[in-house]
Ligand binder design. Structure first.
Ligand code: PHE
Length: 334
């Protein structure tokens, strides 16, 4: 038996392989489940004790030699079955890295700017009731925004709906917390609109709300002025245009001087020198009262902006649909 072991060791040591198949044959014979060495170990059990002393180490040696030979043989075979030379100067293969979605990047940047002005970040549900989304916010009974063409209703009577703006978090926050309030509320909103380059059935907003004693229109203007400079560059000017929202009085649309042409007129600002970025206004006293806040003591301002809109302006994109199509060629650029 010892001779057999010795001749197998010699065979293993001499073994070479040029193809995967040859390596596999070697493996089957010497290392696989039914290999010859296992058979020898079985026979070994029956051998006389004095022979075992020499045979045992020889058998173990055979097993070790076979295993390291297998490693050596498979290492020398490339995937095509020939031996490969490794060119260590070749560039490595990189795992492709993900990137943060442009909407998330803009949202994070907006949060960062307002946090530095002392705002907390608040969150609220995307599915809410009519009271939080409309009634508490002073929407008249027959306001068109409540109509089916704008709002996705989940249930009627009592109304459960997909929020049409992040202002539902305003209502919830004022009901929960008493002034002073200084918060921004980023989130996704839904409107029943035909999908096009300019409109989508869902998009993202950041709402801001400040309520306290002696809060005035001046505070609103200053807050958004600082935000605009940080977001769009230090030479940015702002302009407030009278507007209307049911929940603010007075209300204003915030425009910034076009940061592409600097105000002289271009395609982005449609030759006007100004681009609209947010709706805003002083919180209507009715809204404060609806949420249990004394409107004779407290006042506040609110604003809301579309994250898609800010991102499109910043990166000069012309199609809103790009944000939700998951096209990696688009997303990779951010
Ligand atoms: N909720 C308004 C909208 O969706 C934006 C807004 C928020 C306007 C707060 C004024 C104050 O268009």
């Amino acid at each position: 038996m010892l001779d057999k072991v010795k001749s197998l060791i010699a065979e293993v040591e001499k073994a070479t392989a040029k193809t995967n198949e040859e390596v596999e044959n070697f493996r089957l014979k010497f290392v696989g489940r039914n290999n010859v060495i296992n058979d020898l170990f079985e026979e070994f059990k029956k051998v006389a004790p004095e022979q075992k002393r020499e045979l045992g180490p020889a058998l173990n040696n055979l097993k070790n030699v076979a295993q390291s030979k297998l490693k050596e043989l498979s290492g020398s075979i490339g995937s095509e079955g020939g031996s490969v030379e490794v060119d260590v100067t070749l560039p490595g293969t990189y795992a492709s890295e993900g990137s943060i979605h442009p909407i998330t990047q803009t949202r994070n940047r907006i949060i960062e700017i307002f946090e530095r002005q002392g705002f907390n970040v608040e969150d609220g549900p995307e599915i809410d009731n009519d009271w939080n989304n409309f009634t508490a916010l002073n929407f008249p009974e027959n306001h068109p925004a409540r109509e089916m063409q704008d709002t996705y209703f989940i249930e009627k009577n009592p109304d459960v709906l997909l929020r049409t703006h992040t202002s539902n978090v305003q209502t919830r926050l004022m009901n929960k917390k008493k002034p002073p309030i200084r918060a921004i509320m980023p989130g996704r909103v839904y409107r029943n609109e035909a999908i096009s380059a300019r409109a989508h059935c869902f998009f993202h907003q950041v709402e801001g709300l400040v309520v306290g004693e002696n809060i005035s229109f001046k505070d609103l203007k200053n807050t958004l002025y600082h935000f605009s400079k940080e977001m769009f560059g230090k030479n940015t000017k702002i302009r407030l245009r009278p507007s209307y929202f049911p929940f603010t009085e007075p209300s204003a649309e915030i425009d910034i001087s076009c940061f592409i042409c600097g105000g002289s007129g271009c395609k982005i600002c449609k030759q006007t020198g100004w681009v609209e970025i947010a709706g805003s206004g002083m919180v209507d006293p009715n809204v404060l009262e609806n949420c249990g806040i004394d409107s004779t003591k407290y006042s506040g301002f609110a604003f809301g902006m579309g994250i898609e809109r800010v991102t499109m302006l910043k990166y000069q994109l012309d199609d809103l649909r790009l944000f939700s199509e998951n096209d990696i060629r688009f997303l990779k650029q951010f």
